[in-house]
Design a protein around this ligand. Sequence first.
Ligand code: ADP
Length: 260
Amino acid sequence: AMGPIEFRELADHFNEMRGKLAQSFTRLQQAEMSRKELVANVSHDLRTPLASIQSFVEALQDGVIEDDYTFQKYLKTISLETGRISHLIDDLFQLSRLDAGSETFQPEPFHLDNLILETLENQYVQLQNNQIEVSVHIPDKMPPVVIVPYQIKRVLINILQNAIRYSPTGSLITLEAENLSGEQVKVTVSDQGEGMIEEDMAAVFERFYRVEKSRNLNYGGSGLGLSIAKSIVEMHGGSIGVESTLGKGSMFWFTLPKYN
Ligand code: ADP
């Protein structure tokens, strides 16, 4: 016969399963909804630059442009819009691979400081163009983290590019790594940029979400960068967030598991 302890265990087990089932159902529903939204958003985001390219190509074909300056300007716009489309496709591709779980996930022990420095080197031109200085603080004796290096590099790049994009020329970006007391390491990227209001703080990690102002300013982002970062960080068992004050700046942070 079943003792009271075994029965308890069984009941717990059932409850846990029920919870998991409910969770996956909600997730499926969400996935279905966001798939429709995704198609709508992608169509719009592709159509806008394509329409622009088409109109400039037509203008060039008409042969009415005589001065070289305008000619070059049109070519530059075409190239810019093409880059935008290509960027969007790259982001979508990355996101769909993460969604489908087709990204092989074999994390390895890795030192964050190398990765941070490498990322900064990659962003050197952008940083210089915007006269942005970066101050890096990594304590000695940081434990290695367990990561897929190129994926965490993508996270860093996405956050850093935003920090550059949404900050004024000549401002400072601070990059910090912190050895938390538990199982995790924390990385923060702080900027002196435009910041955001509370409502936007949770929403910026959603797909295609862009703060109204940056949409208007037409920075040409896809609105996918932070949702990609979130997927990657969560896949590693970490979490990601932002603290921000409108007009003062933002601090994006994420955590990663330590290697012991
Ligand atoms: P995007 O391609 O538009 O930058 P992201 O997913 O990377 O897409 O970011 C979503 C939105 O979050 C941005 O459009 C911008 O409004 C806001 N955002 C992101 N990073 C910052 C930042 N450092 N400062 C202010 N706003 C930011």
